[in-house]
Ligand binder design. Structure first.
Ligand code: PMP
Length: 462
């Protein structure tokens, strides 16, 4: 049973002792005190199905016994020395993680958070290319440090302070909100019923978005100035936005041909979540020069990594670079256990099977509630459901209405996330251990919440 302070006392402490700008979910935030695999329990003992996994972080299940065991065992032996000595755990882990990477991606720098990993990735790109300009996609999210706040291109996450310079943003290849259609051309098991402007077999939208990137080079980044290009494989915070097939491949080509390196931000899409592939970038048919990993890498344990090629790692030169906690023995033990669980429990396959089942059922909801469900998209267990006020104009659903539906889901025992520039996308990215029954429960709850919302709207109109 819960033994912490009373709910009202916790609220008071939160108000008085924690910074207010930290995002807080729900009008009456949950006081969570226990987690078991895909389930969370609040202070009253009520159980919730966690379809957001602590923002795509709990990859193999809350308090997974094998991961817990690895952490506890390591904690009893050695917590910390920094990496000034060798330690078997970090070396075993690096070797295992390298076996999951394609090409020459086999040199790691372990750090502690996604922002830190992206900071370091930009630093490596600049040091290697000896250039300064970084190109990122609008609507992308890459973290909150002042350096990477520059590449994050969502105004909701920008502060009016000096942030990383030398950043150019290109038009987001968003096939739902962008001007050129193309939603048939994204890599998803869902066939869209919405209008798509592309002729069969050729994605015109992809070409048009690519032209926008060419324009960035034409107007803003002169030949030989580019250090790198960074993109998520499916945008997470931006609302599970998928790009049309072929876009990323061409983007990588133009960046490389101009002397830049390509960075894949796999903080949300890595570790088998997208089902068909272990890494999200594989669905785009590209091999990056640098990959950043966080969140699911540690199933909730704070850790992250940058992986690159020996050549890029070498080009950092002879100056020293240091990180006190990165790759500590406990993190390394946890990271290795997470990889083993993904393999042993076939969680990548589970993401594909259960994710596809869930996507197809959500597509039925989209057809049934076409006036308010504008789009359903995603791959594996990286899913978004975009709610609209008007399906024709695709006007986003207002925050108040979205929150009604979202809160209703919570009251029925289902936790899902929220995202997108307009905050109107339901984000479903659960621990990868969920079952088909959990997927069905999710759909039933969302269906009921949409019905309740429409019923309320009808009553208000009459
Ligand atoms: N990249 C992506 C794609 C993310 O979603 C996030 C976090 N939401 C980050 C980077 C930053 O990670 P962190 O919060 O661990 O700094």
């Amino acid at each position: 049973p819960y033994v912490g302070p009373e709910y009202s006392k916790v609220q008071k402490i939160k108000k008085e002792n924690l910074v207010p700008c930290i995002l807080s979910y729900y009008k009456k935030p949950l006081l969570i005190h226990e987690g078991k695999m895909q389930w969370l329990f609040d202070h009253t003992g009520r159980r919730y199905l966690d379809m957001f996994g602590g923002i795509v972080t709990v990859s193999v299940g809350h308090c997974h016994p094998k991961v817990n065991e690895a952490a506890i065992q390591q904690m009893g032996q050695l917590w910390h020395t920094t990496n000034i000595y060798m330690h078997p755990k970090i070396h075993e882990y690096a070797e295992k993680l390298a076996s999951k990477m394609p090409g020459d991606l086999k040199v790691f720098y372990f750090v502690n958070s996604g922002s830190e990993a992206n900071d370091l990735a930009l630093f490596m790109a600049r040091a290697h290319s000896k250039n300064f300009d970084i190109i990122s996609l609008r609507n992308g999210y890459h973290g909150m440090s002042p350096y990477v706040m520059g590449i994050t291109a969502l105004s909701t996450w920008k502060f009016n302070v000096p942030i990383g310079g030398g950043i150019q943003h290109t038009m987001n290849p968003d096939v739902y909100r962008g001007p050129w259609g193309g939603s048939k051309c994204r890599d998803s098991p869902i066939q869209t019923t919405r209008q798509c402007d592309c002729p069969a077999g050729a994605c015109e939208a992809s070409e048009k978005y690519y032209e926008q990137l060419q324009d960035v080079f034409r107007y803003s980044v002169p030949s030989g100035h580019v250090a790198g290009f960074i993109a998520e494989s499916i945008q997470g915070v931006g609302g599970t936005v998928q790009f049309p097939k072929g876009y990323l491949k061409k983007a990588y080509e133009i960046v490389k041909s101009n002397g830049g390196v390509c960075i894949a931000d796999e903080v949300q899409t890595g570790f088998g979540r997208t089902g068909e592939h272990f890494w999200g970038f594989e669905m785009h048919g590209v091999v990056p020069d640098i990959v950043t990993l966080a969140k699911g890498i540690g199933n909730g344990y704070p850790m992250a990594a940058v992986v690159t090629t020996p050549t890029i790692a070498q080009s950092l030169g002879s100056a020293l670079h240091f990180n006190t906690f990165g790759g500590n023995p406990v993190a390394s033990a946890v990271g290795k256990a997470v990889l083993e669980v993904i393999e042993e429990e076939k969680l990548q396959k589970n993401s594909e099977v259960v994710g596809t089942h869930l996507l197809l059922r959500l597509a039925q909801l989209r057809n049934e509630f076409a006036e308010i469900v504008g789009d359903v998209r995603g791959k594996g267990l990286m899913i978004g459901l975009e709610l609209v006020a008007d399906a024709q104009t695709r006007t986003p659903m207002s925050s108040t209405n979205f929150m009604d539906i979202w809160e209703d889901c919570k009251d029925m025992g289902l936790l899902v996330g929220r995202g997108g520039l307009n905050g109107n996308v339901m984000r479903i990215k659960p621990p990868m251990c969920i079952t088909t029954e959990d997927a069905d429960f999710t759909c039933e709850v969302i269906k009921k919440a949409l019905e309740n919302y429409l019923e309320k709207r009808r009553k208000n109109l009459s």
